[in-house]
Ligand binder design. Structure first.
Ligand SMILES: [Zn+2]
Length: 503
């Protein structure tokens, strides 16, 4: 009897924590991935009281509905050295870190061609995901279910392409020269008629002409940008009958407007509060269309996250007595050139061939006859750049090649994002609240909490509602792979967020 009780207790413990096979078979019919570009973790909590109620009569709300009904991680993390759009979107769907998926920056410098390389540029197709190494959530879904559909939508091409991956039926974005929805022939040769119809609406509403495109494009950074994005998502749901298929479909949407407004106005502006309000209402509009189309949201999984956060404006930090400022590339170049020439003599080519996002690329021609000089030049450059106000540390490729990373978490963050040949020879790491000087009033290229912390919500029948801690954004895709019964992306190293599944 005693043994029987022990055996029964053990059995019930095991059963209580395991997902039954029958429950594991219950897969969502539609997965909606919502990414808000530059949506820092605290926006949801700061503005929570001003968002729509969880439910309004028979309709569902926006953020409050997702926060209250989903597994909500208020502070999910990226934990890489430089948070930005292309790496963020790549991590979301690949479940892999930048050094694993190849997308380490939005744009980098290529010495051989003396050109800046865009993360989605492609010589054959103009734009494509081919710089992304390995598969995404959507790719793996389509590898298993032949009839599954994958659609991605964003105003920004890089966001849509990284969400769409290799096998998207269609990745849509706004063509900057024409202010019309477009895709790449990598996905398909022509856009469907329902996309053409949306473009006709844009032409009509904006009376689009060559002369006024620049002016009209400004609207993309306002509430209208959010509306245009949701209009297109609703069209995709209706026209492609997403969620009505025999196998699960994915619709991934990125709200680029938030980032466009954030760079000009800053995270503490009325504009960002206003855009967050509009996103709340527009997400509610989208969810209610899905609810109506499928009869309920029972078979829908909704995921919400962001690609990165944002630093407060320099003026705001300074007003709060926090040391903050901008680092001027002209100053870096001037100091570096003076010091290197003084120490090593006049070079045959400029010492620095190019730079991007605090990565500096040295001119190889100066080292053709003296390869040993390169490490010495890097070391000297490190010494001089470290004297610039607002610089915390400097990493050189010579140090990294020899396994010497900056001490502590900064070094770990760099390891996750460093790729020889893409990353610079010399990488500047700013102090907190310091950023590069450009036309923006603020930006997001560090690994500090304000840049790396974003919300993550997983809502649907497979997830246990509640507030959780301890997620990395790369955990999202493998968690969805688990509930969909498919393989994680090929390079994925994220972990299944078992606690959200009640495991
Ligand atoms: Zn940005």
């Amino acid at each position: 009897m005693k043994y029987l009780i022990i055996a029964l207790t053990l059995l019930s413990t095991v059963n209580a924590n395991a997902l039954t096979f029958n429950n594991y078979l219950k897969k969502p019919k539609l997965v909606i991935v919502l990414v808000i570009d530059q949506f820092r973790a605290d926006f949801l909590t700061r503005f929570q009281k001003t968002f729509m109620d969880e439910k309004v009569k028979s309709e569902v709300g926006g953020f409050n509905f997702l926060m209250k009904n989903g597994a909500y991680f208020p502070n999910a993390e990226y934990n890489v050295l430089q948070s930005m759009t292309c790496p963020g979107h790549a991590m979301i769907m690949s479940g892999a870190l930048p050094h694993e998926n190849g997308i380490v920056l939005n744009e980098w410098f290529e010495k051989k061609t003396n050109k800046k390389i865009y993360c989605v540029s492609d010589d054959e197709y103009k734009l494509s995901p081919r710089r992304l190494k390995g598969t995404t959530l959507g790719d793996e879904l389509k590898n298993v279910y032949k009839s599954s559909k994958v659609y991605s939508i964003a105003l920004k091409d890089r966001s849509s392409i990284m969400l769409g991956g290799y096998r998207a039926d269609l990745a849509l974005w706004i063509d900057n020269d024409e202010m019309k929805w477009t895709t790449s022939s990598f996905y398909r040769n022509d856009i469907p008629d329902w996309v053409k119809a949306e473009n006709e609406k844009l032409v009509k509403n904006y009376k689009l002409s060559k002369e006024n495109i620049k002016e009209a494009k400004k609207d993309l950074a306002t509430y209208l940008g959010v509306k245009i994005t949701v209009d297109m998502a609703i069209k995709a749901i209706q026209e492609e009958k997403l969620g009505k298929n025999v196998s699960p479909d994915i619709l991934a949407i990125s709200f680029s407007t938030h980032d466009m407004s954030g760079h000009t106005n800053g995270p503490d502006s009325l504009e960002i509060r206003g855009i967050s309000h509009v996103e709340d209402r527009e997400i509610s509009r989208l969810l209610n269309v899905v609810k109506k189309s499928l009869g309920s949201l029972d078979d829908v999984t909704v995921v919400l996250t962001a690609d990165h956060g944002i630093a407060p404006n320099v003026e705001t930090s300074q007003a709060n007595k926090i040391d903050s400022g901008k680092i001027d590339y002209d100053e870096v170049y001037k100091k570096v050139n003076e010091r290197l020439t003084k120490k090593f003599g006049k070079p045959s080519k400029d010492w620095i061939q190019g730079h991007r996002s605090f990565h500096f690329y040295l001119n190889e021609e100066n080292f053709t006859d003296k390869p040993e000089l390169k490490a010495l030049v890097q070391a000297e450059m490190k010494t001089v750049v470290k004297t610039i106000h607002g610089v915390r540390d400097v990493a050189t490729s010579n140090e990294i090649d020899n396994g010497k990373f900056p001490i502590g978490e900064i070094g770990e963050q760099l390891k996750r994002q460093y790729l020889a040949g893409i990353s610079g020879d010399v990488i500047l790491i700013p102090e907190p609240f310091y950023m590069e000087k450009d036309d923006n009033c603020t930006t997001h290229i560090t690994g500090y909490s304000y840049d790396r912390s974003v919300p993550l919500i997983l809502m649907g029948k497979n997830f246990k509602a509640g507030v959780y801690s301890g997620a990395n954004v790369i955990d999202m895709a493998p968690t969805l792979s688990f509930i969909l019964g498919i393989l994680p992306g090929s390079n994925s190293t994220g972990k299944v967020l078992s606690q959200t599944l009640g495991l």
